[in-house]
Design a protein around this ligand. Structure first.
Ligand code: TYD
Length: 131
């Protein structure tokens, strides 16, 4: 499942605040948080899928694009606001690109880091989704 979610922004004259709660704003328990920043211009990241992992990605600064491919259709999303989150469930191939220099991509995940959960080639990804 791939879903672009509008997060509620609590704002007043001081500025804005977004809160993300496990099992409410995101449909999973959050076991890990990581963020990607300081990307080299024109770089592509990701280029893998996960067997089990569910993630929720928010661009908290700047912008980037994320191409998601479930083996049947490819969709490219622009993440350009801290109130937009992209829910990515398992078995989705992802590629991130067009990072602005100020881009900080925050990712919430439902498991700890596990290299065995990665599908690192597109050929293997197509085989896994046929199972
Ligand atoms: P990598 O998977 O190449 O990042 P991306 O998906 O953006 O292309 O990860 C970069 C490095 O960080 C790699 O050595 C693995 C490590 N890493 C962790 O140690 N923990 C994590 O939670 C993640 C996502 C990566």
């Amino acid at each position: 499942m791939i879903e672009l979610i509008d997060l509620k922004v609590h704002g007043d004259f001081r500025g804005s605040l977004v809160s993300i709660e496990a099992m409410k704003s995101v449909p999973f328990d959050i076991k890990r948080v990581y963020y990607i920043f300081g990307n080299t211009e024109d770089v592509k990241r990701g280029c893998h899928a996960h067997r089990e992992l569910k993630q929720f990605a928010i661009c908290v600064s700047g912008s980037c694009k994320m191409m998601l491919d479930n083996g049947r259709e490819k969709r490219t999303f622009e993440l350009n606001h801290p109130s937009k989150g992209l829910l990515i469930t398992s078995l989705v191939w992802r590629e991130m690109f067009d990072f602005t220099p100020d881009c900080v991509l925050l990712v919430l995940a439902n498991t700890q880091y596990d290299e065995n959960d990665y599908i690192r080639t597109y050929e293997l990804f197509l085989k896994e989704i046929e199972k």
